[in-house]
Design a protein around this ligand. Structure first.
Ligand code: ADP
Length: 300
């Protein structure tokens, strides 16, 4: 199953063009959609989840025309939105059981099995009788995954899932997602570079509604080898440096500023070569210095 998005555009009534001619091929496995706030990620996720109409373009999920065959999509879709409400006074087990009925799993025994399997898979079995109001952010997100997984979706959409999670919860949540990627298309929308570098086999970077890069993370990082240089500077010298070099990022480091620049040749002036990581790919792309239009996503 492959998800193919062609020339998708969306402008809101207030004139904001949230998506501009987006074309993407998303194979089975974990796909990271990376971009800053306001880039258009949620708009794209909502359109894929059939909750919103694009102005233009087409989306094909296997044999299904996503824009025209909404019912068919919904039968095979799991969607975990950025924010979702839970009923605080109900236990995870009861609410999941209720959602399972809504999904059409009406036979009692079968439903009991599905609910138990999902609660175990999301590591909530021990706390299944607790009220959802008492759950931590991470537990709630995992409960959201359990709900999204009802009915074995072929397409799972997860929008900004790690935002409010502490580091341990984040790791647990990402591990859970990576296990799912083996059988379905899983799209993880995020503004956190590490979410993508740790998990995703394919990725795209989106900014201001446009896809700037479509690549495999490891390959994109390897491409940058020999092109990223760093230097520790005093902050007030940054404007001068920016005139001379292609600065991609700055970071405070014990009172001083660590600068990363993009350059095919050795820049001299005390710069040293860096082993690049996905953050360098992200910032080089966002700054417009790096684009890999020749990178095509390849199914694993
Ligand atoms: P992201 O998920 O990457 O933060 P969004 O898709 O939420 O991006 O937003 C993309 C752009 O569209 C932003 O400029 C945002 O303000 C605008 N936008 C999002 N939803 C609406 C809406 N319902 N009406 C008008 N503008 C919107």
């Amino acid at each position: 199953m492959i998800l193919e998005i062609h020339n998708l555009s969306k402008t809101y009534p207030n004139g904001v063009q949230a998506l501009k001619d987006v074309t993407l091929t998303i194979p089975k496995g974990m796909f990271g959609l990376l971009g800053p706030n306001g880039a258009g990620k949620s708009t794209l996720m909502r359109i894929l989840a059939t909750l919103q109409e694009p102005d233009q373009g087409s989306i094909q999920l296997g044999d299904i025309d996503v824009i025209r065959q909404k019912e068919e999509v919904r039968q095979t879709l799991g969607y975990l939105p950025q924010e979702f409400g839970v009923y605080p006074k109900v236990s995870a087990e009861s609410l999941l059981d209720y959602f399972a009925i809504l999904k059409g799993i009406t036979e009692r025994r079968a439903r009991k099995e599905v609910v138990e399997a999902l609660l175990r898979q999301t590591n909530l079995w021990e706390v299944r009788r607790q009220k959802l109001g008492g759950y931590s952010g991470g537990m709630r997100q995992r409960f959201g995954v359990a709900v999204a997984l009802l009915g074995n979706p072929k397409l799972l959409i997860v929008d900004e899932p790690t935002a409010g999670l502490d580091p341990a919860e984040r790791v647990r949540f990402l591990n859970l997602l990576s296990e799912l990627g083996e059988n379905s298309v899983v799209i993880l929308s995020t503004h956190i570079v590490e979410d993508v570098s740790e998990l995703c086999t394919n990725m795209a970077i989106i900014n201001k509604g446009e896809i700037l890069l479509e690549a495999q993370p490891l390959q994109a990082v390897a491409e940058l080898e020999g092109r990223i240089w760093r230097k520790l500077i005093e902050k007030h010298t940054l404007p001068y440096l920016e005139q001379e070099h292609q600065v991609i990022s700055t970071k405070l480091l014990s009172g001083r500023t660590m600068v990363h620049i993009y350059s095919h040749e050795a820049p001299g002036h005390g710069f040293e070569l860096v082993v690049p990581d996905l953050e360098d790919v992200y910032f080089s792309t966002m700054a417009g210095y790096y684009s890999a239009s020749h990178h095509k996503v390849v199914a694993p």
